[in-house]
Every structure is written in C-alpha cells, then in structure tokens.
Write a protein that binds this ligand. Structure first.
Ligand SMILES: *Cc1c(COP(=O)(O)O)cnc(C)c1O
Length: 433
C-alpha cells in the first residue's frame, strides 16, 4: 500500500528500514556499504531528499514560489544536484557555498545569498556569476553591495533581512529572530533602511527577508514573524517600495525521535504562509535545510570495544564528535539503532555510547537502551543528514569520513575518505625547521 506522505512524515518516515533483519538504505543493505567503504561513514537516501523537497514544493502550490534549499545543512554536490534536478533553488551563506552550488549546476538566478558577513570579494563573485538576490543583513553591508555593483556596472537585487524580535523557542545556539541576536536589522528601523536602500543606485529592492531560527517545533513563532512581515510589506509599499518577493527563511524542525515528537508538517507550514501572506500577491521563497536533509542521512559506525564501567557499560565506537558534533554542541539527541535488527523479544540494556576522542564531550548518548552489542557490530545514528558531515573536522587527526549516496539499489561514494598521507601532507614545514 502506498504510504500517505503526510502521515509518513509525521512519523518521521524515511527510506532507512529493516528488511529481513537488516537495516537498508532504500534497496541497499547498510552492511554492504560498510563492507565496501569502511566505517564510519555518512549515507544519504535520494528518495528521502526528493520527497522532502516535494513536500515543501507542494505545500506552496497555488502561490508563485521557489524552495531554496539551505545548503549549509548538507552541501555535497551530489545532494545539491539531486535537489536542483527536482526543481530546488539554493540558499548560500559563503563564497564556497556559492561556488559549490554553481559547480553542481545550480543556475545563478536560483541562488539567494544570505549571511551576516558577506565580504566585497564574495559579493563580486556572486554578482559576476549571477545571483537571484542578496539578503542584506546590515547597512554597512548594503553600502558594500552597492559599491561593488556600481563598480561592475550592475544593479544588485536585494531583500533586507528584518529581525522581527520573536522567540523561536528553540536551542539558544540556533535562535536568530530575537533582537539580541546578530541577525538582520531591527524591524522597527526597516522603513529608514529601505529608504536608504532606495537611494542607492547600485541596488534594486525586490522584497523582504526573515529567518528566525532552526529546529522550530511549533508554528506560532512563524505566525508571529510572518504577520509582522505582512504588516511591513504594506507599510513599505505605501512608502513606494516595490515589494514583490518575500523570503521566509527556513527553520521547520524535524522529529529526532521516532516516538513522541511531532513537529508541524510542511503542508501545515504552507497553509500558515498562505493565511498570513497569501493576500499580498508576493512571490514566496523558503529556505529549508534541516527538514530536507536531516532524516535523509545516517551516520554508520562500528563498535570498537564494549567496556564495563562502574554501574554502566560503554560502547566505544569508531565515529566521534569530530564526525558528528551535534550531541556535543547542541545537546542533541540522535536515535541510534543496530544495523542488524534485534531479534524479537531480546532484552535491551543501557549503554553510554562514546567516541574515541579525548574529551568527555565525545559522548553520543548516556544510558541508551540498545540490544546487546559486541565489538565489530554496526550501529546507525539516525537523523544525521543535516549539520552532520558539513560540521565535521579532523580533530584528533581523524580524517573526514566518507559520504555515500543511495539511489534505489545503487550506491556511490560522493566524497571519498582521504588517506592519512593526504591529510598529513597538507601541513607544510617552514624552511628554518
Ligand atoms: C540556517 C539557515 C537556514 C536553514 O535552516 P534550517 O533550520 O536548516 O531549515 C535558512 N536560512 C538561513 C538564513 C539560515 O541561516
């Protein structure tokens, strides 16, 4: 029976399921990928990426719109290409992301450039290569975009990111819409700043931008922010500005546990957008990152040792905080499952699941109930597709782990594991040594 996509999403459904006792990524056994590429590694599902993009695209049906994937969530070109072929634009926050999007075949007129600290060089590269719009975050930045555009004999399309001062009710490190955050201009100053923008010959104001945070699990903060944007649109239009595009940011949360979390669905989010902004006749852009990539990826790791401690057992695994930093950085929860499905009725036991890095923070889970596991067994961290591989580092001189993309019964390494020489030889020794 075909899965109801709405219900499926509510349940955190994806394409990583057990079949005949083994965890699969679409039609490929995860253990087969592990045998081919070694552990740890990231694996993404094409079908899940596509489905999540479609959920947003369909949620905005009936409105002129573009879903711009916030590629900072997971930026491998194979992922970008999958999404751009499905019809997505991109939201980029650096020159590197801009160039990566272009390399993956995303046309400039589908790329929006966000971020609080765009340099003149980054602005020049984007204007030269083609850009849909800059989302301006401050007046000094506006002046620089204007200057670079004039120098190139161009007119830069811009929106101005307003900070609506709403509480996104999310983790402090990823809340961006309160007045104390570094993002955007205070909405109360918007009229002045738009008037200033209109006076600059190198700029063309096309709309308004807002983004209030990430991993939002309620619609109410979005509603508050979008109502303020609706009011501002009317005010700015009355002032004579041509506000025809609204970039509403990203931030819709995902279920990180299979049991009790039920963040709003893209269709409900789309409904809210229509209710709060539909009457304005604007083109709508949204910038989801986490919801598209998060549940489309696993990090797969192997148990190195099972160590009995006082009152607890430790699973020491070959993945670590440098590979997946979310638990250490955001106190984030990831469901962790055995790649070999536990036999029915088998009793689970609590483990502390930790990596080999020399920091207590390198702890993925405490007293997590798991089936009995032994050295050599594979485990999978669910919901690791967003803010996983992109935040990895080589801390402890651990090479970046590979990324794999699955498509039906095929899989491909989309970023190989560097060998040790490659990593080490990046250092150069000064002559005096
Ligand atoms: C991070 C970010 C996003 C994406 O947020 P998600 O929570 O991943 O959807 C979108 N827009 C901007 C400006 C961002 O900084």
């Amino acid at each position: 029976m075909p899965q109801n996509p709405v219900l499926a999403n509510r349940q955190g459904m994806d394409h990583f399921l057990y079949r005949d006792g083994a965890l699969y990524a679409e039609d490929v056994p995860v253990a087969e990928i592990a045998a081919a590429v070694g552990t740890p590694f990231y694996v993404y599902s094409t079908a899940t990426l596509q489905r999540h993009f479609r959920l947003f695209d369909e949620a905005l049906e009936g409105m002129d719109h573009l879903v711009c994937y916030a590629m900072k969530a997971a930026s491998n070109q194979a992922i970008l290409k999958t999404l751009t072929q499905a019809g997505a634009g991109m939201d980029v926050v650096s020159q590197g992301e801009y160039l990566r999007a272009k390399a993956a075949g995303v046309p400039g007129d589908k790329i929006v450039f966000s971020g609080v600290g765009k340099t003149a060089e980054e602005i020049r590269v984007a204007l030269t290569g083609g850009i849909r719009q800059f989302n301006v975050e401050s007046e000094p930045e506006m002046e620089v975009i204007n200057a670079v555009a004039l120098e190139l004999g161009q007119v830069a399309p811009i929106t101005i990111r307003v900070n609506p001062d709403v509480d996104a009710k999310t983790h402090a490190k990823i809340a961006t819409g309160k007045s104390e955050n570094k993002f955007g201009i205070p909405i109360a100053r918007a009229r002045d700043v738009y008037a200033h923008a209109a006076s600059l010959k190198g700029l063309k104001v096309v709309g308004i931008d807002v983004h209030i945070g990430s991993q939002l699990t309620e619609l109410e903060p979005f509603r508050q922010a979008y109502q303020k944007v609706a009011e501002l649109t009317e005010t700015l239009r009355a002032d004579g500005h041509d506000i025809k595009r609204l970039d509403l940011g990203g931030g819709l949360g995902i279920p990180y546990t299979r049991s009790n979390e039920a963040p709003p669905l893209p269709v409900e989010y789309g409904q809210l957008i229509k209710e709060t902004l539909g009457h304005l006749g604007c083109e709508i852009e949204i910038e989801p990152g986490r919801l598209i990539a998060g549940n489309a990826g696993l990090m797969v790791s192997k148990v190195i040792y099972v160590k009995s401690g006082e009152g607890r057992d430790f699973l020491i695994v070959d993945g670590a905080m440098n590979d997946l930093i979310r638990p250490a950085m955001y106190e984030a929860h990831h469901d962790i499952v055995a790649v070999q499905e536990p036999e029915a009725g088998i009793e689970s036991r609590p483990y502390d699941i930790v990596g080999p890095v020399c920091e207590t923070g390198d702890t993925f889970a405490k007293e997590r109930n798991m089936p009995p596991l032994d050295a050599g067994d594979l485990i999978a961290f669910r919901s690791a597709g967003a803010y996983g591989a992109v935040m990895a580092s080589e801390y402890n001189s651990r090479p970046l782990i590979p990324e794999v993309l699955v498509h039906g019964d095929q899989f491909a390494v989309i970023r190989p594991r560097p060998d040790y020489d490659e990593m080490i030889n990046r250092d150069t020794i000064p002559e005096w040594l």
